[in-house]
Design a protein around this ligand. Structure first.
Ligand code: FNR
Length: 364
């Protein structure tokens, strides 16, 4: 269908299911084990309701904000997603261009399908991007990535992914032919065992611990965020470790099944930060299952600074390239504006816990 027939982010997913190869779809859409976390990431948003205020002057709505000190038109960003080229020839380049047009920040994956410098090269003047780092067991590999990161002006923040000591058990992937990842395969190309552990450990340093974070702090003066924090205690440890932010995330339900929906962790976090006088101490990002402007608003009400989306951008670029990315962003912007107006708020900093009812959040 033409882009004019795309009304929301779920429509992009429907199109992607038609245009993607079986292999690409399996890689993008899959979660781990029984995909309970994958589903709950989104379902949790359905258990939070608004407390709208009426008779507020909502003539002017301003969705702009600042993430890690970088001004941006919206409180959401494109999260890192590997291998965008599987869905579209232009992959991450198209995402970078679309995000740039709409003044949205794009987080670039360590395992993007284009080299980092090609993706940063298409950024327009003044456009901001972030770099997502998988810490490799080989320190030299990490050192050279950090050097690139430091020397690239448009890269405004480092997101160290900490939830992927190994890949989760992604069965849909395994049911497909996954020879690309060099699993040992049988005669017909099916993986003989789930050897994700060995595959991932060539990518990730499984020995990475809290004390190592100081090493990264010393390697850059740009903001550092830990991506993949899944409980309140670890947020407190991250604050102690001196980072600038955390992403409450379970990798889009792709790693540990039954990791809680990040929205629930966020709701649990706020009272703790308040009690300890740590509110605003670091930036709190969140991702997983965000598909609507109202989802974004709910997370912001509960204390998130910024909200990430992964799959929706892979799906939009797969179906329509750069134009799809632009359209996906515009849809979210429109949804945000409409919902803010009806909620009775005019700017992002107006959103507070008083605007949401979370009584059903923990009652599944
Ligand atoms: C991811 N994600 C991810 N995260 C990361 O830190 N580095 C990466 O390379 C990738 N790659 C990746 C590929 C694919 C296909 C998906 C779906 C996800 C996780 C991503 O950044 C984000 O945490 C989730 O995608 C958020 O969930 P939603 O928005 O997809 O529901």
């Amino acid at each position: 269908p033409p882009l004019s027939r795309i009304f929301n982010l779920n429509d992009f997913e429907k199109v992607a299911r038609q245009v993607l190869s079986e292999y690409a779809l399996a890689y993008y859409a899959t979660g781990s084990d029984d995909e309970v976390t994958l589903g709950e990431n989104h379902n949790a948003y359905h258990r939070v309701f608004f407390k709208p205020r009426v008779l507020v002057n909502v003539a002017q709505i301003d969705t702009s904000t600042s993430l890690l000190g970088t001004p941006t038109s919206v409180p959401f960003y494109v999260s890192a997603a590997a291998r965008a080229k599987l869905g579209h020839e232009d992959g991450e380049l198209a995402i970078a261009k679309g995000a740039g047009r709409e003044d949205v920040i794009q987080m670039i994956s360590t395992v993007a399908s284009y080299p980092l410098d090609e993706i940063t090269a298409v950024a327009r003047p003044g456009q901001s991007q972030w770099f997502q780092l998988y810490v490799n067991a080989d320190p030299e590999h990490t050192r050279s990535l950090m050097e690139k990161f430091n020397n690239t002006a448009c890269l405004k923040g480092l997101f160290i992914t900490v939830d992927t000591a190994c890949l989760g058990n992604r069965e849909t992937d395994r049911r497909g032919h996954f020879e690309e990842l060099s699993f040992p395969v049988d005669d017909e190309g099916f993986p003989v065992r789930n050897v994700a552990n060995s595959v991932a450990s060539s990518l990730m340093d499984t020995g990475l611990v809290w004390d190592d974070i100081a090493r990264f702090r010393a390697m850059t003066s740009k903001p550092i965020v830990l991506k993949g924090i899944q409980c309140v205690d670890d947020v407190l440890k991250a604050i102690d470790a001196g980072v600038d932010g955390v992403v409450l995330s379970n990798h889009g339900g792709r790693n540990l099944d039954f990791s809680p929906p990040p929205l629930q962790v966020l709701a649990d976090l706020q009272p703790v930060l308040k009690e300890k006088g740590l509110e605003g101490k670091i930036e709190i990002f969140i991702d997983g299952g965000v598909r609507r402007g109202t989802d974004i608003l709910k997370a912001l009400c509960l204390g998130a600074t910024g909200v990430g989306l992964g799959r929706p951008f892979l799906y939009s670029v797969s179906g329509y390239g750069e134009a799809g990315v632009v359209k996906a962003i515009q849809i979210l912007k429109d949804e945000l504006e409409i919902s803010m107006r009806l909620l009775g708020v005019t700017k992002i900093s107006d959103l507070t816990p008083e605007h949401v009812d979370v009584r059903q959040l923990r009652v599944a």
